[in-house]
Design a protein around this ligand. Structure first.
Ligand code: SF4
Length: 305
């Protein structure tokens, strides 16, 4: 069976079995081609909740499948590769957050969506990389405990000098691999290119960029821009997708180290096995976890996220 034959069989079986395939932006292009929706994690969860299908197949990492389940508890949610997990999602525990709350009782706890469903239960508000600044602008509290990504937190804090941010630890191990030396080399090699980076990169890298935004934001910026060359400072799969949508433009990796090994675990073969009914893992969350982790997500939605 070749790639095209496997894709055709996946498309046939997903329709027959009432399956909706959700592919995160960091999946490979051959997975995008069989997906019903592609995008960032929260956008996929919203699409899943609106979808007519009862079976959701998440091609991404575990916390994304959990968010889909939280927003659609009545649906069956399958994680295509059960080993695909995000290390950042586990960098803090509920006990860590409880200790922080005790130390800063007047602070609001804001968690990046890249956290486990269990950790979301400790948060007051969830944010995404694209919504964080706008949402936190509307929060009345001056003091913000921002978990777990210190880089995204530092980027948001720079836009909101009127707030006081408390960071503890944490960050995306993939984006943390990028160093300023990579920026210098990439700009020297591609002097006409614009630098587009994700706010999970270190703050000095964000400060040297022409555009900082979520994965979807980076794709949209590059697609709409009149410029012809771009250095991409997020997971390298975005380069592949952009080369398909903008064949007349050139895209370069900020660093060859910008590869999320967890995202890369999911293959077309995993999806094929899942739609045949012999792969993946169904996600189960207790009623308590669903209702407690939904509250800070609903708060984000109420604030315009
Ligand atoms: S790119 Fe970073 S935040 Fe995203 S899944 Fe991989 S490790 Fe987690």
């Amino acid at each position: 069976m070749n790639t095209r034959e496997m894709q055709d069989e996946i498309i046939r079986l997903k329709k027959e079995k009432d399956i909706c395939i959700l592919a995160h932006a960091y999946q490979s292009h051959n997975i995008w081609e069989v997906a019903d929706f592609v995008g960032d994690s929260f956008a996929l969860s919203k699409k899943a909740a609106e979808a007519k299908e009862n079976n959701m197949l998440m091609c991404g990492v575990r916390f994304m499948a959990e968010t889909v389940k939280t927003l659609s508890p009545q649906k069956n949610v399958i994680l295509a590769n059960p080993d695909a997990d995000c290390p950042m999602a586990h960098q803090m525990s509920r006990l860590d957050v409880a200790a922080l709350k005790e130390k800063h009782p007047d602070a609001v706890v804001v968690a990046y969506i890249n956290t486990t469903a269990e950790l979301k239960c400790s948060a007051d508000i969830i944010v995404t990389s694209s919504s964080a600044v706008d949402i936190l602008k509307k929060v009345p509290e001056k003091k913000i405990i921002f978990i777990p990504d210190c880089n995204l937190g530092a980027y948001v804090a720079k836009s909101l000098p009127e707030k006081e941010f408390i960071f503890v630890k944490g960050g995306c191990p993939t984006h943390l691999r990028v160093q300023m030396a990579d920026v210098e080399i990439a700009k020297e090699n591609h002097p006409s290119a614009e630098l587009l980076v994700h706010p999970e990169c270190r703050i000095e890298i964000c400060e040297s960029a022409d555009y900082v935004g979520s994965t979807t934001g980076i794709i949209s910026y590059a697609e709409k821009s009149d410029k012809k060359e771009f250095i991409i400072g997020t997971e390298n799969s975005i380069i592949e997708h952009l080369q398909f949508s903008c064949p007349d433009k050139k895209f370069y990796a900020l660093s060859r180290e910008l590869v999320c090994h967890n995202m890369k675990l999911t293959t077309l073969g995993d999806i094929y096995n899942c739609v045949k009914g012999c792969g993946g893992e169904e996600i189960f969350l207790s009623d308590e976890i669903i209702s407690s982790s939904l509250k800070p997500i609903e708060k984000m939605i109420a604030l315009g996220g």
